[in-house]
Write a protein that binds this ligand. Structure first.
Ligand SMILES: Nc1nc2c(ncn2[C@@H]2O[C@H](COP(=O)(O)OP(=O)(O)OP(=O)(O)O)[C@@H](O)[C@H]2O)c(=O)[nH]1
Ligand SMILES: [Mg+2]
Length: 413
């Protein structure tokens, strides 16, 4: 019996020993004598149960692979929304002992619930949006002039116990290609489908001419719409460049985002947004999108549809690769492809960044690039972090400048 208790005792004591708690002499003796049983030492957790829970959560979260992310990142959805139908009006008469002609007392039906799209800034993708949303129907009217209950409105993320659905910030709502709403501010709402109004009970039809109306109306059906939801990433600055130029490496260097980096082209398949945090608590969001190549507008490479994710960026960062002999050719191609997508993108304030300054011969190429473009080019290395401050300061200057113009505010990216 005593032998059976030994392993448990040992487990307790070794934990105490590992945590270097104040260990009394008898425990130390026991530890040394039972050590021959060679149980693996385990760490004794001395905190409360809540802390133990947190300890489990503190495990490092593994980044999702780009392929898996593609499954989760959805920037297009077609949905059918149907508002709830109105409840039917009741047709009945008051009945009480010794009251023969009680009169009509059929209550009205409740209104059907609307379907409302609401912005949730925590959401980053449209993946949680399902294809059909059916509104809640209103309840029918009841006798004794009881009106039916209105259908609960449905918001397109389930939140607490309410049926409550939401969309990410930057969602465009279109119907047959026509823009209905641009949900670009936190808290924005859009009434996607209106619920039908409830029917009238026979009490409603009571008049001097008709003291015993026998008619009541059914509730109206809810509105039905087929909508396209399109997500455009919201960031202050967007990076464009050829594959392998080092956009993701740069984003990793500047911000807390962790996009995948590899030496093969098209490593990035989805847009990533990182936040640069300045010491005075100003935060600047930077988006990294998949690389674009010559002929992207003819659907070469990954095409250029994802350029819509930089459409809302106020600053465009062209990332060029100094390992190429003529990076200015890359710049021309980028400008051409951007112009094909949207001419106005070319008028946006921009920064030209030449990456991979650490490579041999890169400084000479940088000089040539400056001469060719005739504008400011920030040479840096995303790998070593060399000269990254210049880019950080320049982005901040541009951001502050545009904020003073009233073109950027915290609410309006
Ligand atoms: N020597 C050097 N290599 C770099 C630098 N920046 C990035 N790289 C390398 O270049 C390769 C591509 O980097 P990425 O950050 O994945 O490039 P990307 O532009 O995001 O590429 P895509 O996602 O395919 O568009 C990786 O092997 C990086 O290690 C740099 O400053 N110096
Ligand atoms: Mg990348």
């Amino acid at each position: 019996m005593a032998l059976q208790r030994i392993p448990r005792l040992l487990a307790l004591t070794e934990g105490l020993w590992r945590c270097q708690l104040v260990m009394c002499q008898p425990l130390a003796v026991l530890q040394s004598t039972l050590g021959s049983l060679a149980l693996q030492p385990r760490s004794l957790y001395t905190g409360c149960p809540q802390c133990a829970k947190h300890r489990g959560l503190a495990r490092k979260k593994r980044d999702l692979s780009e392929k898996k992310l593609t499954r989760y990142f959805v920037d297009h959805r077609r949905i059918r929304v149907v508002g709830g139908a109105g409840g039917k009006g009741a047709c009945c008469f008051h009945s009480e002992p010794r009251k023969e002609y009680g009169g009509p007392d059929g209550g009205d039906g409740g209104n059907g619930g609307h379907i409302i799209l609401k912005v949730d800034s925590q959401l980053k993708s449209l993946s949680c949006i399902t294809s059909v949303y059916q509104g809640n129907d209103g309840e029918p009217g009841q006798r004794d002039n009881c009106f039916g209950r209105n259908g609960e409105h449905i918001y397109i993320k389930r939140q607490e116990c309410l049926v409550n659905y939401q969309v990410p910030l930057g969602t465009l709502v279109k119907e047959e290609g026509m823009l209905l709403a641009d949900l670009s501010k936190p808290g924005d709402e859009f009434l996607a489908a209106q619920g039908g109004s409830g029917g009238k009970g026979n009490r409603f039809f009571l008049s001097n001419e008709n003291r015993a109306p026998m008619n009541s109306t059914p509730g109206e059906p809810g509105e039905e719409k087929r909508l396209q939801l399109e997500l455009k990433t919201m960031a202050h600055a967007g990076m464009v460049g050829f594959p392998n130029a080092g956009k993701s490496s740069l984003l990793r260097l500047l911000s807390n985002a962790r996009p995948a980096v590899a030496s093969y082209p098209f490593t990035t398949l989805n847009p990533h947004v990182g936040v640069i945090k300045y010491q005075d608590y100003v935060q600047l969001a930077v988006a990294d999108i998949p690389g674009i190549i010559d002929g992207a507008h003819r659907n070469r490479g990954l095409g250029f549809a994802f350029l819509r994710h930089i459409e809302r960026c106020r600053i465009i960062v062209y990332v060029l690769d100094l390992s190429h002999k003529e990076p200015w050719v890359q710049l021309k191609s980028l400008l051409y492809e951007l112009g094909k997508f949207d001419e106005t993108l070319l008028q946006r304030p921009h920064v030209i960044v030449a990456n991979k300054l650490d490579l041999p011969g890169a400084r000479e190429t940088l000089q040539c690039l400056r001469q060719e473009t005739g504008s400011r080019v920030i040479g840096l290395s995303a790998l070593t972090g060399e000269n990254a401050e210049e880019l950080l300061l320049h982005l901040r200057e541009m951001y502050d400048g545009r904020k003073q113009d009233g073109k950027i505010s915290y609410r309006d990216w």
